[in-house]
Structure formats: C-alpha cells, structure tokens
Design a binder for this molecule. Structure first.
Ligand SMILES: *Cc1c(COP(=O)(O)O)cnc(C)c1O
Length: 427
C-alpha cells in the first residue's frame, strides 16, 4: 500500500473491505466524516498516517488501560515471540493466566480462554443452556454481547449507531429464544421469569452498560437479578468484557459486591491482543468438554503471546492505588466536561463509573436505552468533529464510552476539557 493519506487509503479500502473497515464501529459514517488511518500510538497519544497527533480516549475500545506500548507488556511479548507464537498444545503461561484471572475476579473458580469477547459470550450462553437444559435467555435492550446470532438482538452501539433495522442474517429461529427487556427494570425480569417457568437458562447483562453509552446499574438492580436467578434456577451471567479489570481489578462484581454464576471477559484481558475468557463456578465450568458434554474449542485459544500480554497487564493493574488513580482521572474528565457543557448552556447528562464515562446530549437522566436514545446524535457528531480538529480522538458514536488510561496526565485532561468548552460553545 503506497497511499499516504487517510482519504486515499479509505478510498482504496472501500473497494477491498466492506465499508473500508474490519469492524463497523470504526467507520466515521454516523459522525459525518471519514476514518483516520492509524500509523502508531504510544502512551496516551495516537498518530494518523497524515502525520496528525491526537490524545486518545478510545484506547482500542478499552484494552489500552495502561496506555499504548506499555514497556513491560512489549518485553513479555518479545520474549515469548522467540519461544514460539502458537503450538496448539498446552503451555504454562495459560495456567499462569488462568490463576491470575481466578485470583482477580470474585466469581471465577475456573476459566477458559478464547480469542474474542464474542466467542466468550456465545460460549457462556451455550454452557448455561447445556448446564440447565433450558433454551431461552434474557438480555437487555442496548446491551451488546458480541455478534453471535442469538445475542445480536437489540444489541447496542454498533448496530444502533448505524441505524440498521433488525439484523438481516439472524434467523427467527436463532432469535426466538432471546427475550429482550429494558435495562434497570427488575419488575419486567420478574414477570418474564414467571411467564416462562423453568425455561430461562440465563440472564446476561453488562453489569455497567457500556454499549449504549455508559449506563450504571440502579441501586439494587444487580442484587435483584441475583435473587431472581437463584429463585428460578437461572444462570446469572455478567458480561464484563468492558468492565472487567476496568472499574476494579475484579470488575463490576467486585465494585458492587454481587457475584454472578458466569463471567465473560475480553478487551483488557488480552493487553492489546485478541483474547476473551469465560469463567465462573467450577460446578458449571466442569460441564465443558473435554470434562463435560458441552463442546467449545479454538485453534488459537490461550495463544501464548496473548497470554503473556494479559498476565503482564493484570500484574500492572494489581499494583496498589491503580484504581483510585483511574477513578480520580475519570472524575476529573467527566466533571470537567459537565462544567464545560453547563457554561456553554448545552443540555447534557454525564454518566460515569471510574475511568469510563459518557456525556449524553440530552437533558434526561439516562438509565436505559429509551432514555439514551433521546440524545441528539447530530450534536454529538458536531462535537466529535470539533474535537477531532483540535487533536482529540473520541469514539465516533454518542453511544460509546470515553476511556481514561493510566497514561493520561492531568494536563492532558485539563486541556481536553478546555477544548471541549470551546467546541461546546460553538455548537
Ligand atoms: C466488545 C464487547 C463484546 C465483544 O467483544 P469482541 O472482542 O469485540 O468480540 C462483548 N461484550 C461486551 C460488553 C463488549 O463491550
């Protein structure tokens, strides 16, 4: 590829890759511009091939919590590269990574590694069905759990941002056992469980929603789900692909003190490499092949290069004070944005948990998809483009999180807030 600008590369890409991107969320379609092609990144900064520099608040959609190019991760990867990149046979680093996850995440007694968050959630649903002998499951409107058929119903940002009506290719058969309910509404879950006695295998949710913008659980929602699942013999699955190692080392389940039966992980756990994982109660996990009858497999699962990146990332996040620091920076950013919006008299509602936040362009409190979807996405698009022009790399959708990493400095956050103030005043 000899093209030198993002524009030219994008033109070429559009003839080779559908939409020019390998994941729809990377398109800048909904914000009315074209994606910038990345040359490299380091710490909190990312550079496009046009030579522009940005302070990045996407962090590869969450994984880069330590900042880009974190040296201990690079060292561990270099060392493993020399030993071999894939064997299709067990390695010590897989056991070491499993131990790190079991130690970190309260609900996880046993874990299996896969290569993406999609694989983790898809496998967890299969396991819950195999374990309970039931077929239906409950998910929540605006929660995203990867793109497997039965989970791709009312599925959050990627689908919502592009305004794709339903999901062609997902058969009615695949979707018919998926019950979709409003987030943060315990009564509707109770009613659905009672209306489908001994038929609901699992309730799956993002314990802090991140794929309709950040939407925290209302007080009592998670514990209420725990109690309902216990009463109905239903497996409670926390999809912590974003929140795992993000809001606390042990994820949202540690933060809120509610323990699911199964947990899915991804993003941060791979330290920038393709890794997902699902784990939970040993009694349930032992139903997986080869120990049990529920089949699940992967040629590159537990890939050693990805494992050492994950182990090193978890070790760095285990240092004392890490989550206090992330929370302090996240608060500085979100509070600063709220103040800036207030000064500019722009109606916004900010949701934040630790280092993940979303400023919704709506005056309503945002607690589910119905309220999130009142946000003015045109206004977000103008905000996004104004910030991009000023050297800030944000998610090209209103319905995503803004992520702060350990590499962001206070000065960068202050400058970001100042720039946001200017852009907001011009909207
Ligand atoms: C990103 C995400 C997934 C899917 O992970 P991939 O690695 O993109 O397949 C699943 N669940 C949640 C909550 C996510 O944010």
């Amino acid at each position: 590829m000899t093209n030198t600008t993002s524009h030219d590369t994008f033109q070429a890409a559009c003839n080779l890759i559908p939409g020019g991107v390998n994941s729809p969320v990377r398109a800048y379609k909904s914000v009315g511009t074209e994606p910038r092609f990345v040359a490299r990144a380091k710490g909190s900064r990312i550079w496009d091939i046009d030579g522009r520099e940005y302070v990045d608040f996407v962090g590869s959609w969450g994984p880069m919590i330590l900042g880009y190019g974190y040296e201990p991760v690079l060292d561990a990867v270099r060392e493993q590269l020399e030993l071999g990149t894939s064997f299709g046979a067990p390695t010590c680093v897989e056991v070491e990574a499993a131990e790190a996850v079991v130690n970190a995440v309260p609900s996880v007694e046993m874990v299996r590694f896969v290569s993406s968050g999609t694989e983790a959630t898809m496998s967890a649903i299969r396991l819950a069905r195999g374990y309970t002998g039931r077929e239906k499951f409950i998910k929540f409107d605006g929660n995203y759990h990867g793109h497997s058929d039965s989970l791709l119903v009312a599925a959050g940002s990627g689908v919502l941002t592009l305004g794709i009506p339903g999901t062609p290719g997902v058969t009615q058969g695949a979707a018919k056992d998926t019950i979709v309910l409003p987030y943060n509404d315990l009564d509707s879950v109770r009613e659905a469980l009672e209306a489908n006695p001994e038929q609901v295998a699992a309730v799956i949710l993002e314990p802090i929603a991140g794929n309709m913008g950040v939407v925290p659980p209302k007080p009592g929602f998670l514990q209420g789900l725990r109690d309902l699942c216990d009463a109905h013999g239903t497996v409670l699955i926390f999809d912590e692909v974003i929140t795992g190692f993000r809001v606390a080392l042990g994820g949202a389940q540690e933060l809120y003190g509610v323990t699911p039966d199964l947990t899915t992980l991804g993003k941060i756990i791979g330290g920038g490499f393709p890794v997902g994982a699902f784990g939970g109660k040993a009694e349930i996990m032992r139903h997986l092949a080869p120990e049990g009858p529920v089949y699940q497999a992967g040629t590159l699962s537990g890939n050693p290069v990805a494992m050492v990146a994950g182990i090193t990332t978890i070790a760095a996040l285990s240092q004392p004070g890490v989550y206090e620091e992330l929370d302090r920076k996240g608060k500085k950013l979100a509070d600063g944005l709220c103040r800036a919006a207030g000064s500019a008299a722009v109606h916004t509602h900010c949701n934040r948990v630790g280092s993940m936040s979303t400023m919704f362009f709506t005056h309503l409190e945002v607690s589910n998809w119905a309220s999130a979807s009142t946000a003015d996405t045109d206004r977000y698009a103008r905000f996004f483009r104004g910030m991009l022009d000023r050297g800030y790399w944000l998610a090209p959708s209103q319905f995503e999180a803004c992520f702060v990493s350990l590499a962001h400095t206070d000065e960068e956050i202050e400058a970001f807030v100042d720039a946001a103030g200017e852009v907001l005043a011009s909207l």
